[in-house]
Design a binder for this molecule. Sequence first.
Ligand code: 6PG
Length: 243
Amino acid sequence: MGSNTAQIEVFPSPAEVARAAADRFLAAYQEAVLSRRWFIVALSGGSTPKLLHALLAASPYLESIDWARVFVAFGDERYVPPTDDQSNEKMARETLLSHIPIPEAHVFPMYQAGGVEEAAAAYESCMEDLVGFEGPDLTLLGIGPDGHTASLFPGRPSVHVTDRLVIAAKANAGVEDRITMTVPMLNRSREILFLVAGADKADAAYRAIKGPENWDQTPSQAVGRHAPNVHWLLDEAAAAKLE
Ligand code: 6PG
């Protein structure tokens, strides 16, 4: 895969990162609905997206989006039920989905009981039905201090999988069993937004954006340097090593 030219924007605070992300979310929605009638977005997990979710669930973004034209997928999930505090679906429902008038049929959770491999295979079929040979209009991602993104972790084979769109994967910390979109699926996205905030991300952000390319050490490079349309939105603390 050829390398891309990612756009990088740095903001003084996490709140301003979230505001910029909300503006990009709205712009991506408007472009998608204007040209394709629907907007398909893959949400990220963790805690960084919470500020963005709060903005989208309130004015002016709430009323600027026709949520009946929005379809919500997930980039990755911890293999726990949506009642578990570690669930990305639970976080998304609490901070965004329960505050917007989106039809429940437009929300595609990753978790299903019966085993992580089966859940991943089912989600892969669901994504094939939803996006066909294309990808989401917008995929939101974060990075961990170890350089992972979605649930593609350092030293794990998952970042190198090319014949699947969604797989079961192992994490290096937290909930071990994960479901994640693969690099080929993530890189089909029309736009990727990395939201990165906090001093604990400074080293990983440097490695992801400027360091020597090594996907086993920094899996986020596989998306950040190769997806066709990548925007990095960082706060100053996370961007400290980029200058
Ligand atoms: C997850 C996320 C993961 C996240 C990073 C950053 O399931 O944990 O999808 O890839 O984006 O770990 O998490 P924070 O935003 O909590 O720092």
